[in-house]
Design a protein around this ligand. Structure first.
Ligand SMILES: Nc1ncnc2c1ncn2[C@@H]1O[C@H](COP(=O)(O)OP(=O)(O)OP(=O)(O)O)[C@@H](O)[C@H]1O
Length: 236
């Protein structure tokens, strides 16, 4: 199992003026950890997650996986790394509407040259949707779609799961269920989970809390009141 080390990560856009949205963010995510990233809207959480997942490259600084700076990888190697070793969960589920639930789950298997071998039905059972493989995604509720998306992110056995506000479109009950499910599945499988969320409550489940304020990492002992969510927005 690998870990992710990131050092002095900065990301900026444009030239004149240059707009810096992340500044000198460093840290270390150990294999099997549940890491929660919190901070106000626009503080740079998704930017950081995208850099850690190799969906974006830093303007300065490094992300190392197994000691390899991912910016040194070819496009092909970076794509292969994301496809094999990472799983992504997004706020808007991102299921493919023209594919059945089962075919959505088969995609990462096919892309990685893996056989189904009962995995699709097995994962549907694990996320509480047994026998729903023939359904179309738009026939499912939001919470159900997100459970399919979680199964799709995990089915090929990736080491790292990166989740960007996975409960953002869900009511409180579904949100709690989704966070609990992701946490339990990742822990059961020894997967590393990095989750961006507005929900402070999730922080209690985390092994490591990263608080971002205005593009910078806030020291652990300094963070307490950075988030802007209200109790009513809990887990949303
Ligand atoms: N392609 C881009 N060009 C210019 N600015 C960008 C670009 N992408 C993101 N930003 C800016 O970077 C800042 C950080 O965005 P980011 O999405 O990381 O914030 P966030 O903390 O995830 O916010 P939210 O909680 O609202 O999703 C924002 O001010 C955003 O407008």
């Amino acid at each position: 199992m690998a870990d992710i080390a990131f050092e002095a990560l900065s990301r900026w856009y444009g030239t004149s003026p240059r707009r810096t949205v992340l500044t000198d963010v460093s840290g270390h995510i150990r294999a099997g950890e549940f890491v929660v990233v919190v901070g106000r809207s626009g503080s740079g959480k998704s930017t950081l997650l995208n850099l850690l997942g190799g969906l974006d490259l830093p303007s300065r600084g490094t992300v190392r996986i197994d000691g390899t700076d991912i910016a040194t990888l070819s496009d092909r190697a970076l794509t292969a790394l994301r496809r094999r070793r990472m799983g992504f969960v997004f706020q808007s589920y991102n299921l493919i509407a023209t594919l059945s639930v089962a075919d959505n789950l088969r995609l990462p298997l096919t892309l990685n040259g893996l056989a189904d071998d009962g995995r699709v039905e097995g994962w549907l059972e694990r996320v509480g949707l047994p026998g729903r493989g023939a359904d179309w995604p738009d026939r499912l509720s939001g919470g159900e779609q997100q459970r399919v998306a979680i199964a799709r992110a995990l089915i090929h056995g990736p080491e790292f799961i990166l989740a960007d506000e996975p409960t953002g479109n869900l009511d409180l009950e579904n949100a709690e269920r989704i966070v609990g499910l992701l946490d339990a599945l990742c822990r059961a499988e020894g997967r590393t989970l990095v989750m961006v969320t507005h929900a402070r409550e999730v922080a209690g489940l985390a092994d490591q809390l990263l608080t971002i304020r205005d593009g910078q990492l806030v020291a652990a002992d300094a963070e307490t009141t950075d988030d802007d969510s209200t109790p009513a927005e809990a887990l949303s």
